[in-house]
Write a protein that binds this ligand. Structure first.
Ligand code: ADP
Ligand code: ZN
Ligand code: ZN
Length: 658
């Protein structure tokens, strides 16, 4: 009997591929069950190879008749594994629906031919496009082959309608479309608008759905029954028979980057996918990332703009409020309270943007300076009034609220700082007759609560909205005329180089919710750094001015996107072990070819009982960075020294935080 040899990717944290044999011919991309150590594991055949002289074990079961992933899709996984220096088995596994991660389920592939009639029935559109939108649609629909294109549309310029026409064009050609969105559950508008238009041809895919609902959608898209997927980052690699276009909405959003495990950016994988299958990709945003703007500048990406709001209303005016010598009331300056009061008098809505949930970020003893800290993280506990608990926002541990100081026994405990809950209570006292809505993770945990909240807000003409960054994404609040940004200074003072960029994006996005109907809106930005040059740039309300000035600074100071970065993170119960491991790892990095910083404690230096440290590597070119990392990863995997086995280590390419 003839014997065939296959390389199999198995979801284990080992940076290698494993060879097995079978007497069956298996097409790469097929799922198989193999013995790994003493357990049965799921594997994906990645390639057939010639006879090998290493001793191989047999493939137990070939699970499916046909491959799950195509050759092209396997190529993208391989690229991701090389780019992120992450084990190929884990890369593939993270894009497999949960149901297919087990060896007991079989996958039955089917193909359904598109029905042109259904698509043609959808040719009636709800809105008539304005001239800028028409121009953008024409431009985008004429793109051929791999052509990444930034659709820069100011907030309220009607990007969604442009996507819809581009999707339609693809459907007419019997092609499928993948639409990525940062957090669909938080921004139901995109989903509802695309579904209104294309009905049953649309499926959604995100982590709030049950595994079986996700699997159903996955199968339907793969078979061609569904033509459009709106999904979060895990949707980036859903197979599709004839993918014609990828749209990445809000391309700047940091939630495209996975922070745990396989730390990929869905935006970047989507771009690679478009490149490998040679199709256009639209990156849409009102506040594009500096990375994208740099690629536009270098003419590697095309760009088209929507410069005006659909409503033709003026964008909001920014005012920066100096809060240095001001007595704040629950974080609000008197001038801000006065502005809220005026807005309410005119029967309009006001919004307070504050990126802290809970009642107060700190709980302290004023006698001995004791501060409530989490047992297993180095973070202070946040006082939650409604839940009557002190909660750690890193690990979600909750503790009772003591009446006496655990350190000195005095009853002089109090809270410090402001969170959304406190603002809500204070504003209720200040404006007892006004409806006040709070939108944060705590107020939207129940299923359907977000939708209820949003419809309540839209059905009342006046009132106050309080919310975290959850509130600033993509919502349309027609009566909103005032925004107060309470707590943005962390963006200016943070050590993370991406913090300023994110602050600018958040301010422009939050401002974009306001003034859609009347055009007299104001954004009040409270700050202690009123002369900060980035903040001053934002005052114009023009994001591109801000971004260009920030890019100049980045170029002068050798920061991303002008250089390329990665971090090597070590985690273990002992800080000293991390430091030893990272110092040991340094010998595998040629420091003449890069800038090497560390080992230093991570900003989140202790989480769930583990200490975190890292090394930061900066290189002038992507290729150089990748080579250095590949060498490091290879050397550490082969390392005989015990030290690298004592810590959990991982590589984060293009990290967002340190
Ligand atoms: P953006 O995503 O660019 O901020 P949206 O796509 O949310 O903007 O559009 C803002 C609002 O304008 C939506 O309510 C949308 O239905 C509406 N809209 C978009 N294009 C038009 C148009 N050409 N005519 C009228 N209304 C439009
Ligand atoms: Zn005390
Ligand atoms: Zn904790």
């Amino acid at each position: 009997m003839s014997k065939f040899f296959y390389n199999v990717a198995i979801a284990v944290p080992l940076r290698q591929i494993f060879t097995y044999h079978s007497n069956q011919q298996i097409i790469p991309g097929t799922r198989v069950a193999v013995k790994f150590g003493r357990t049965n594991k799921l594997g994906i055949v990645t390639e057939a190879i010639n006879e090998t002289n290493i001793k191989t074990k047999p493939i137990h079961i070939v699970l499916d008749d046909l491959p799950i992933f195509s050759k092209t899709e396997l190529k993208i996984f391989q690229w991701a594994s090389d780019y992120y220096l992450h084990p190929i088995g884990e890369v593939i596994n993270s894009f497999l629906p949960t149901n297919l991660r087990q060896t007991k389920n079989t996958f039955e592939a089917e193909t359904i031919e598109g029905n042109k009639e259904i698509i043609e029935q959808n040719s009636e559109f709800e809105t008539t496009l304005n001239s800028e939108q028409i121009k953008a649609v024409k431009f985008l629909n004429e793109l051929k082959g791999f052509m990444p294109t930034l659709l820069h549309g100011v907030t309220g310029s009607g990007k969604t309608e442009v996507y819809i026409r581009c999707i339609y064009e693809q459907l007419l050609n019997n092609k499928s479309v993948l639409v990525l969105a940062p957090e669909i559950a938080l921004t139901p508008q995109l989903e509802s608008r695309v579904k209104d238009q294309f009905g049953d041809l649309v499926g959604v895919y995100h982590s709030k759905m049950t595994p079986s609902a996700r699997y159903k959608t996955w199968k339907k898209f793969r078979s061609g029954e569904i033509k459009v997927i709106i999904g979060t980052r895990s949707a980036a690699m859903i197979p599709a028979p004839k993918l014609g276009l990828i749209v990445v909405d809000e391309e700047h959003d940091s939630s495209y980057k996975q922070q745990e495990g396989f730390k990929f950016s869905a935006r970047d994988i989507a771009i690679k996918r478009a490149q490998i299958i040679k199709i256009p990709i639209i990156l849409g945003s009102a506040t594009p990332s500096l990375r994208t703007l740099k690629l536009v500048e270098e003419k590697k990406f095309k760009t088209i703009s929507l410069t005006k709001r659909v409503t033709q209303k003026n964008p909001p005016k920014f005012t920066i409020l100096d809060i240095n010598d001001v007595q704040l009331v629950s974080g609000l300056a008197p001038q801000a309270i006065e502005a809220i009061s005026q807005t309410l008098k005119q029967k309009k809505q006001a919004m307070i943007f504050i990126n802290r949930r809970g009642f107060a970020p700190q709980f302290i003893c004023s006698y001995c300076d004791w501060k409530a800290m989490c047992n297993s993280c180095d973070s202070s506990l946040v006082f939650h009034h409604q839940a009557a608990r002190l909660i750690c926002h890193r690990c979600d541990s909750a503790f009772g609220v003591p009446t006496h100081c655990p350190n000195c026994s005095k009853a002089q405990l109090s809270f410090l700082g402001t969170g959304t809950e406190q603002l809500e209570e204070t504003l209720k006292e200040l404006f007892p007759k006004i409806s006040i809505h709070r939108m944060d993770r705590d107020s939207t945990t129940k299923a359907g609560s977000l939708e209820t909240l949003l419809s309540e807000i839209n059905n009342s003409d006046t009132g106050i909205l309080i919310g975290t960054q959850m509130l600033i994404k993509g919502h349309d609040f027609p009566n909103l005329e005032l925004v107060v940004a309470v707590d943005i200074d962390q963006g200016i003072t943070s050590l993370n180089s991406s913090a300023v960029e994110e602050m600018g994006q958040q301010l422009i996005q939050v401002a974009g919710r306001a003034g859609r109907s009347y055009g007299n809106a104001t954004v009040l930005v409270q700050s202690r750094y009123v002369n900060d040059q980035n903040l001053l740039q934002l005052k114009s309300g023009n994001y591109l001015n801000f971004a260009k000035s920030l890019m100049k600074q980045r170029q002068l100071t050798n920061q991303p996107p002008y250089i390329f970065e990665a971090s090597i993170k070590a985690s273990s119960p002992k800080a000293q072990t991390n430091i030893e491991m990272l110092n040991h790892a340094k010998q595998f990095i040629d420091s003449s070819k890069c800038l090497l910083i560390g080992p230093i404690p991570a900003i989140q230096s202790k989480v769930r009982g583990s200490y975190n440290h890292h090394l930061l590597i900066q290189a002038n070119t992507r290729t150089r960075l990748n080579k250095l990392l590949a060498h490091l990863s290879h050397s550490l995997s082969k390392d005989k020294n015990n030290i690298s086995k004592k810590v959990r280590w991982g590589i984060n390419v293009d990290p967002l935080e340190f």
